[in-house]
Design a protein around this ligand. Structure first.
Ligand code: GLC
Length: 568
């Protein structure tokens, strides 16, 4: 039997306010290459923490809870939109890019949050939504009352319809949320009029990026937030700003592998321009692209040296060793070829939560997982894979994104009744797709408190499942075996051992359903198969299974659905 030693991670301190063993804030914030290896925590402001008890998270809530994030060991937070918005797409429909929606607080609350985050050595990234605005944006309102061909209409993509009386949409594009990507307006004189393009909801009209005024406006918006001290931007739908000239019909399978609303060459000029603007500011401010285009080699164009710093890789949201290996190799090769780091993602506010998603094949979960899904495994059956996935993602070189609640091992909320649903996807597909509400439920902080400590009252904009009591942060902080403490230990070890800046090398000799590699001085094994796998010699640093730590000395095999880090 191989002899093993291990140090159990100390349980996190309950107050969440103790200093952790990291360099002080000014040293942390001075690192110019921070984004190459950063662990970035996505805050979905609606659901993170509610300081005023109205059932909707807010910026003051974020400030109050930063201690818990510092304790987790993350380097930066990325906040989904908190700007003035009618909230038709949970804030991704922006009416005023330079103000905070009263739902979330004020600009003063924002400044206080940035200051408090920086004091803790945590950087702040905000979301920017340049593909479309809200239909409540003053520009769009002005366009509706202006004439066809006017400067006001020219900021968006208004077109005459096809058909004898303009009764058909200008082209065949579909909205990502279901239904057509065009809506016809009624002209100010009461007659049926032009159509406008919206790749998402009809409340999200697309800007016309061939219009210089749009460029100027976004330069102004970037400067507004940079001047307030933000460390970067996550760029929403960064692949679609520019559309093919003439807005031609889309025929999938045509020679061009991209749809006419994705990956146009001119989109890169926009981001080169933004990069130059960011580089005028002190400290390394970053751009991170949401650009889900394929192949990855093409996606790497977004992170060439004079463009963005990061682009999200494929989401690691399937439990299939060969596919994961291919996805990891693909990302390392593509991004490595342009000298960019990889930016790993296991979950975000648009997908099914990891705990649940890994129990289904992509085909099985295509319409989402909800009340009508049969055969949803229990929580205890589901959590092992998610814990192993955390150890896979955090063992990979590059930057890693965590989505709030992932560190608590929250499952998808699968029992949200139709009447409580909010996501436009649910409505635009007439319920065929559950949409994204199940991953957006306000997260639990205290097991015994109203709304599980999300706010000061029972109010919660989406209903919280009962299991939140068991998974609340306060319970997990005190339990060395908790998912929270697993993340905390993995994040600390990843930095300590240099996995974040290391190099991955696959190990030969393992079965196809085992992921086995070395990175720095650590051997990483993930067993996605059904049989236990013998462990190589070495000191076990971390395993994904909850256990009695003393038993680790006797660990000789790796159980199915688990992961281990070994000091080789
Ligand atoms: C991005 C966001 C998503 C939003 C969409 C439209 O994909 O992540 O939440 O609905 O863009 O802005």
């Amino acid at each position: 039997m191989t002899s093993r030693t291990r140090t159990a991670p100390a349980p996190a301190h309950e107050s969440g306010d103790l200093p952790v063993s990291r360099p002080d804030a000014s040293t942390v914030l001075a690192d110019p290459e921070w984004w190459r290896t950063a662990v970035i925590y996505q805050i979905y402001p609606r659901s993170f923490a509610d300081a005023n008890g109205d059932g909707m998270g807010d910026l003051a809530g974020v400030t109050a809870r930063l201690g818990a994030l510092q304790e987790l060991g993350i380097d930066a937070i990325w906040l989904s939109p908190f700007y003035t918005s009618p909230q038709k797409d949970a804030g991704y429909d922006v009416a005023d890019y330079c103000d905070v929606d009263p739902l979330f607080g004020t600009l003063t609350d924002f400044d206080a949050m940035v200051e408090a985050a920086h004091a803790r050595g945590i950087r702040v990234i905000v979301d920017i939504v340049p593909n479309h605005s809200s239909d409540a944006h003053p520009w769009f309102q002005a366009a509706l009352t202006a004439a066809p061909g006017s400067a006001e209409r020219g900021r968006y993509l208004f077109r005459d319809g096809r058909g004898t009386a303009g009764e058909l949409p200008p082209n065949n594009w579909a909205s990502f949320f279901g239904g057509p990507a065009w809506t016809r307006i009624v002209e100010p004189d009461g007659t049926p009029g032009q159509w406008y393009l919206h790749l998402f909801d009809s409340s999200q009209p697309d800007f016309d990026w061939t219009n210089e005024e749009v460029h100027d406006e976004f330069r102004r918006i970037l400067r507004f937030w940079l001047d307030r001290g933000v460390d970067g931007f996550r760029v929403d739908v960064a692949s679609s700003l520019v559309k093919a000239e003439g807005l031609p019909d889309y025929h999938p399978g045509d020679d061009d592998e991209m749809p006419p609303y994705e990956g146009r060459a001119a989109v890169h000029d926009i981001f080169r321009d933004w990069r130059r603007l960011l580089d005028e500011y002190p400290g390394e401010r970053i751009l991170a692209a949401e650009a889900w285009i394929k192949p990855l080699a093409r996606r790497a164009d977004w992170v060439r040296h004079d463009e963005m710093h990061q682009a999200f890789n494929d989401v690691l949201n399937f439990w299939d060793a060969s596919a994961l290996r291919a996805s990891i190799d693909g990302a390392l090769t593509a991004f490595g070829s342009v000298g960019a780091p990889t930016a790993w993602v296991a979950s975000n506010h648009d997908g099914i939560r990891t705990v649940t998603t890994l129990m289904f094949t992509p085909a099985e979960r295509a319409g989402g997982v909800g009340p009508r899904t049969t055969g949803i495994p229990s929580y205890d059956q589901s959590i092992p894979r998610a814990r192993a996935m955390a150890m896979l993602m955090l063992a990979l070189p590059g930057s890693a994104y965590l989505y709030q609640g992932e560190e608590l091992g929250l499952p998808e909320a699968t029992d949200i009744p139709d009447a409580a649903r909010q996501d436009p996807t649910f409505f635009r597909t007439e319920g065929e797709q559950y949409g994204r509400d199940g991953c957006r439920v306000p997260i639990p902080w205290e097991s015994e408190a109203p709304s599980y400590g999300f706010g000061t009252t029972d109010a919660s904009w989406l209903p919280q499942p009962e299991i939140w009591g068991r998974l609340a942060r306060d319970r997990q902080q005190a339990d060395p075996d908790s998912t929270l403490n697993l993340y905390r230990a993995a994040i600390a070890l990843r930095r300590e051992r240099g996995l974040d800046a290391g190099e991955l090398e696959w190990l030969p000799g393992y079965a196809a359903d085992v992921l086995a590699f070395t990175n720095a001085d650590v051997t990483v094994l993930i067993n996605t198969g059904a049989e236990p796998v013998p462990l190589p010699a070495g000191e076990v640093l971390l395993t994904s299974t909850p256990h009695d730590f003393t038993a680790l000395t006797a660990l000789t095999t790796l159980a199915p659905d688990t992961a281990v880090w070994i000091h080789a």
